[in-house]
Design a protein around this ligand. Structure first.
Ligand SMILES: [Zn+2]
Length: 461
């Protein structure tokens, strides 16, 4: 756990921190998770370490977690970051252990486990679960439900496939389709016994099966039937082989909210990861603009500090504020994007980001803050510099989550002392304190304004 916190979170962007979590998570705890069922409180702790690191929280200082953890642990196409929750990942890896236990029947480890824990005397015990067992066997049992719901049987000789209990009917078991009490004979009936030369012994089944089910059974591919051993297949891959990712989805399914993520395209655009993360925050309505901060209990009035007439929402900040609107008018917006200026934020972002005309002209949102209002009103210019620095020009990007982190009057003074006037200015603007803003503006000589505007040291922001 110390490995993550050893990294200085503030020197990495949100995108960088997400990548680091994924690479650390997939190497350190995985080894243990493959063979042991971790207690829930340990999984929660692992998640917390990752969560805090992602948003830059430390023991000394808590940072705002902009997007909920339940959203982050979803796959990217469902609006998450592809970071995996520890508990679900543990279950997926234990399902894999079950898979290996079945597939590597001849391996020494499998034989030891089966002889020890699946011996006839143990199976016949009144309560096999109460007998002493190793952590590994306990882990196998914990992973079994996911394993069992993910496999289907491919019938060969039929000797190992139970007619009622195993999922051989296109991934379903007969028991799942038909309700009613089963006899002991039913429980042990195998496919080998049910099969007859050129047909089926329907009278061995104590229920009168509906024709639809009989037809399903008759439709089973018989070419390999009877020639090779019964085998299991993983239902969620084309080649029938186990995949940990699909097992993870299976084990985290309960937490799905079912709301489709409309921003799948953001993962496909060829652009800096920081901007992709910014778009991701926009899609979750989680950029720390004032109206959002206000709804999350942070003490601010929610009003736009530029026009003071509207709430500072994401769409207002990037597109609709009077001052920003003038900027959009001053550059030539391609005709195919004009309509999106009255539509939703999501549609507008998409047309800005994937439109080939804009890409050719080298413009994503704003090319450079210094182009906005050269030299007429340093305040407005810089204020937009703080707002619209999401550009394809790498020299002029900040990570909004980082900006949220270090905004204090002390940070402004520290920046001024370090001769970082532009950083100080943006910090003071976010604080919205007149005396601080004035102090910062006076610290910049007029000659330096364009240079300050175009050279924001983004790694500090
Ligand atoms: Zn405004």
């Amino acid at each position: 756990m110390n490995k993550l916190s050893g990294w200085k979170a503030k020197f990495l962007s949100l995108a960088g921190r997400a990548v680091l979590i994924k690479s650390v998570m997939s190497t350190i705890p995985n080894h243990i998770m493959q063979g042991v069922a971790l207690p829930t409180h340990i999984c929660d702790k692992l998640d917390k370490v990752n969560r805090d690191f992602l948003w830059g929280s430390t023991t000394e200082r808590r940072k705002l977690h902009l997007v909920g953890w339940n959203k982050i642990v979803k796959p990217k196409e469902d609006g998450g970051l592809g970071i995996q929750a520890a508990k679900a990942k543990n279950l997926a890896l234990l399902a894999k252990l079950n898979w290996r236990l079945y597939q590597e029947k001849d391996a020494l480890w499998t034989q030891v486990i089966l002889k020890k824990y699946c011996s006839p005397s143990r199976v016949r015990a009144r309560d096999p679960d109460a007998l002493p067992s190793s952590p590994n066997w306990k882990a196998i049992k914990v992973g079994f439900p996911i394993f069992s719901s993910g496999i289907c049987w491919c019938v060969g000789t039929g000797a190992r496939t139970k007619v009622w209990l195993d999922r051989w009917l296109k991934g379903e078991s007969l028991r799942e389709i038909i309700q009613g009490p089963l006899s002991l004979r039913d429980n042990s009936l195998t496919m080998e016994e049910l099969r007859d030369v050129g047909g089926w012994k329907w009278d061995l089944i104590s229920f009168d099966l509906p024709d639809s089910i009989k037809n399903k059974i008759k439709a089973l591919p018989l070419q390999e039937f009877g020639h090779r051993e019964d085998s299991i297949m993983w239902k969620y891959t084309r080649d029938g082989d186990f995949s940990t990712n699909s097992a993870y989805l299976l084990s985290s399914e309960n937490e799905s909210t079912g709301v489709p993520f409309m921003g799948k395209w953001i993962w496909k655009i060829d652009i800096l990861p920081k901007i992709i993360m910014f778009l991701w925050l926009c899609f979750h309505n989680s950029v720390p603009v004032k109206s959002i901060l206000a709804t999350r209990g942070i003490n601010c009035d929610g009003k736009c500090p530029i026009c003071r007439s509207h709430d500072e929402s994401i769409v207002h900040l990037l597109r609709d504020c009077k001052l920003v609107h003038n900027y959009w008018r001053s550059i030539e917006v391609p005709p195919e994007c004009v309509n999106t200026f009255t539509g939703s934020l999501e549609g507008w972002l998409q047309s800005n980001s994937v439109n080939s005309v804009l890409h050719r002209s080298g413009l994503l949102f704003v090319q450079s803050a210094s182009e906005l209002h050269p030299l007429d009103g340093a305040l407005q210019q810089q204020q937009l510099g703080g707002v619209l620095v999401y550009s394809i020009d790498e020299s002029l990007i900040f990570d909004p989550t980082d900006l949220d982190i270090d905004v204090t009057p002390e940070a402004v003074d520290a920046a001024l002392n370090e001769d970082q006037q532009n950083r100080a200015l943006i910090l003071s603007l976010r604080l919205n304190e007149d005396s601080l803003i004035k102090k910062c503006i006076f610290a910049i000589s007029p000659v330096d304004i364009p240079a300050v505007a175009s050279s924001i040291p983004y790694r500090y922001l």
